[in-house]
Design a protein around this ligand. Structure first.
Ligand code: TPP
Ligand code: MG
Length: 725
């Protein structure tokens, strides 16, 4: 709105307010008030039970609006916090869009009614979908900045290509783009914050970390979260950073800080840290009452620093607006908010039938025949010599990296040598199991590199790369150490597409060596646990049992458009079982297609991974000694899994055993067995049997390991027992 500005000289304003003209200064105030009024309206709607949750940005408006005005929507990238209404308004999210999310409308552009209010997402403005988790987004910001840098150095990687996920991803980038991520002072206690600071600092990434310090994390005061009570003091020694600690209630000071931070980042000097001291006048959320834990003196002091109140006073005292003009402005804001709320309340609700949409890619199905290609004849592929699973995974990585410049590979120890000069005289490491050997040498250190020893860092950054359209193929060194990344995998990686109603996706491949049977692997180098991941909607889980399947399934994992956990059994890496000649650079196996390892009419044995060769051994013994013909199914992929193959076989044999290496209780077999009992009851002549490890971890002494994990004799015994029915 244009207001008459009677008594204020623009040149005076320009000097005083970072060069903003009077209209721009008024716009700063307008956005701040708009943010507050939207919160107020939401609070009312929540009290009227017309919306279902409310958390406000009150007290943070000055810092956020300044950040939004200093940066470039649709050019820079944004990973905001749940309080960032002011930021998002300044970037261009409309009050109506916000209210659509408050009511959970079908047309809520951020999530289609799936996320709470203020869980931002807007592809056109480059606001990437964020969750309720307090610090996960910071690692995404780091990965996003790395992706931007990578793309500006390798612009050819942005080209659209048919035949894989690249056909569906538009990529844009700018050499001087930057990334803003925001968090509360409480969230700086999360490890992911420090993991992000580490990589941003080390790699001189153009990321602005904005800490919105309102002194509390719900009821926990800052000194409990931060030693000494000031995060700026603690981070001050991180190299390459530009630091600013500011009064977060003063938009002028904040604007200056963000402009300086942006300049530092755009010039390629490194990241920036803007620490703004804000207030929190409305308690943590509508479910919280700060009178329960803050003294009234403290609350009153906070109220005096309220950014809206202070800015209003300033506009009056500097005679930018008079009282009547302010009231006119406020009335027009109220009207805008009211209209947005009224319209949103009339918006249609989401369809129940649409719930499953965007759990996985709607445009590229990894189960489709497009991913079914035959191996090349050995003569054409180069050699008929049988190769190990390690060889064929490594070959697939080489082939795909050659084919697709969007692929980056990183993890702990995956590089040949981080100190490149050493490569003149040494062979290189290439992974503790050598799966990534030679990749850095072949494709360079920008595409293949070591990560810090931090699993959330590996997966969180990968999400940032992937939302930009790149394809990270990362390694978790041992499945046993995937747990620090679990938060990122479950709450972020697998959810990015569904929670943003298909606007964003993170089709990352995580490779992880898994399993025992290695004599001495003990508790922390023998774990299974695949069912924990198949219980995550949105995540594909693959578990090959032989070299050829590993090659073809990894290719599908890389070319598809969904996040994939690719589990590689350590015991099978170099086994003579399941070696195969190199199948050529385009061999692919679709997901969800089991393999009949051995046909049989007497009973079905469903398994996967390292139990496949053990079950085969048991099945052969059962044939020799009892004439029992077992049909052995190797599932190969666990999510999706081939229900048709299971059902077809069970209908034929009427008897079934589900076997796996993981612990029996709540294991993967429980789901398969339950579904067989449910849907194939009429076809069964015997109870559904399960075989799994004892309900304990794997012990060190091989004598104990052998007893804990299922052995061929256990499977043999179960086969013979099941025949009795
Ligand atoms: C990982 C995680 N743990 C706990 C919570 C619950 N929670 C939501 S907000 C919050 C406090 C956050 O405080 P701070 O980072 O200072 O941000 P503020 O809300 O004060 O802006 C907590 C504990 C969460 N959302 N995510
Ligand atoms: Mg806080």
């Amino acid at each position: 709105m244009e207001l008459a500005v009677s008594s204020f000289s623009a040149s005076k304003a320009g000097k005083a307010f970072e060069g903003l003209d009077v209209q721009q200064i008024i716009e700063v105030f307008r956005l701040m008030v708009l943010s507050r009024r939207l919160d107020d309206r939401e609070i009312l709607l929540k009290r009227q039970q017309k919306i279902y949750f409310q958390i406000s940005g009150a007290g943070h408006e000055a810092l956020q609006v300044a950040a939004g005005l200093a940066l470039r929507p649709g050019y820079d990238w944004f990973f905001p916090y749940y309080r960032d209404r002011g930021l998002c308004l300044a970037l261009g999210v409309t009050p109506y869009d916000m209210m659509l999310q408050s009511v959970g409308a079908a047309t809520d552009p951020a999530s289609g009614g799936r996320q709470m209010p203020t869980h931002w997402s807007n592809p056109a403005l480059h606001i990437v979908s964020t969750s309720s988790s307090t610090a996960t987004q910071i690692l995404h910001a780091v990965g996003c900045a790395e992706a931007g840098r990578y793309l500006s150095r390798h612009p050819e990687a942005a080209a659209k290509e048919e035949g894989d996920y690249r056909a569906f991803r538009d990529i844009t980038f700018h050499g001087d783009e930057l990334v803003l991520t925001c968090l509360g002072e409480g969230a700086t206690s999360q490890g992911e914050f420090w993991e992000a600071m580490n990589t941003a600092s080390n790699n001189r990434l153009p990321v602005i970390f904005c800490v919105e310090d309102n002194g509390y994390a719900i009821s926990v005061p800052v000194e409990v979260n931060t030693p000494g009570g000031n995060i700026s003091r603690i981070v001050a020694n991180f190299p390459n950073f530009h630091f600013a600690e500011v009064d977060g209630t003063d938009p002028e000071v904040c604007l200056r800080a963000f402009r300086a931070a942006a300049e530092h980042c755009r010039a390629g000097r490194g990241p920036a840290f803007v620490h703004g001291h804000c207030t929190r006048p409305y308690s943590h959320s509508l479910s919280d009452d700060d009178k329960l834990y803050r003294s009234s003196a403290e609350r009153e002091a906070d109220a005096l620093r309220d950014p809206i109140y202070r800015m209003r006073e300033r506009l009056l005292s500097e005679r930018i607006l008079n009282e009547a003009e302010l009231q006119e402005l406020e009335t027009s804001i109220n009207r805008e908010v009211e209209e947005a709320a009224e319209r949103a309340l009339r918006a249609p609700a989401p369809e129940v039938a649409g719930i499953p949409l965007h759990v996985y890619s709607e445009v590229l199905n990894p189960c489709s025949p497009a991913f079914s290609t035959d191996p090349m004849p050995p003569a054409e592929a180069g050699s008929a010599e049988p190769r190990t699973m390690v060889d064929l995974i490594n070959a697939c990585l080489h082939d795909e990296m050659r084919r697709d410049p969007r692929i980056v590979v990183y993890g702990e120890d995956v590089a040949d040598a981080s100190r490149e000069s050493a490569l003149a005289e040494v062979k290189g490491k290439g992974g503790v199991f050598k799966l990534t050997a030679g990749l850095q040498t072949a494709f360079g250190s920008e595409r293949v590199f070591n990560s810090p020893l931090a699993e959330a860092n590996i997966v969180g950054r990968a999400i940032g790369y992937a939302v930009r359209g790149l394809k990270p193929v990362v390694e978790i060194q041992f499945f046993d150490y995937i747990w620090p990344a679990m938060h990122q995998i479950r709450n972020e990686l697998a959810l990015m597409r569904w929670r943003s109603n298909g606007s964003w996706a993170a089709p990352v491949v995580i490779r992880a060596p898994i399993g025992g049977y290695i004599s001495g692997g003990a508790i922390y180098h023998s774990q299974s646990g695949e069912s924990i991941f198949t219980h995550i909607p949105g995540l594909r889980v693959v578990f090959p049992s032989n070299a050829l399947d590993a090659n073809g399934l990894l290719r599908t994992a890389i070319r598809c458009d969904d996040p994939v956990l690719f589990l590689e059994h350590k015991r099978l890496y170099r086994e003579s079982y399941g070696r195969a000649p190199y199948p050529g650079p385009d061999f692919a196996i679709p997901f969800g297609k089991a393999k009949v390892v051995r046909p049989g009419a007497d009973m079905t044995l469903v398994t996967y991974g390292a139990v496949v060769p053990r079950a085969l051994q048991a099945a052969e013994q059962a044939r020799r000694e009892h004439g029992i013909e077992v049909e052995l199914l190797d599932l190969r992929t666990l999510n999706p899994y081939d229900w048709e193959a299971i059902a077809t076989s069970v209908r034929k044999t009427s008897r079934v055993i589900v076997a796996h290496e993981d612990m029996l209780s709540w294991g993967y077999g429980a789901e398969i067995a339950a579904r067989i009992a449910d849907e194939l009851f009429e076809d069964l002549d015997a109870p559904v049997k399960r075989i799994g490890a004892m309900d304990t971890f794997v012990a060190y002494r091989p004598l104990l390991e052998d007893a804990i994990l299922p052995q061929p004799e256990d499977i043999f015994k179960a086969i013979v027992d099941l025949r009795r029915f």
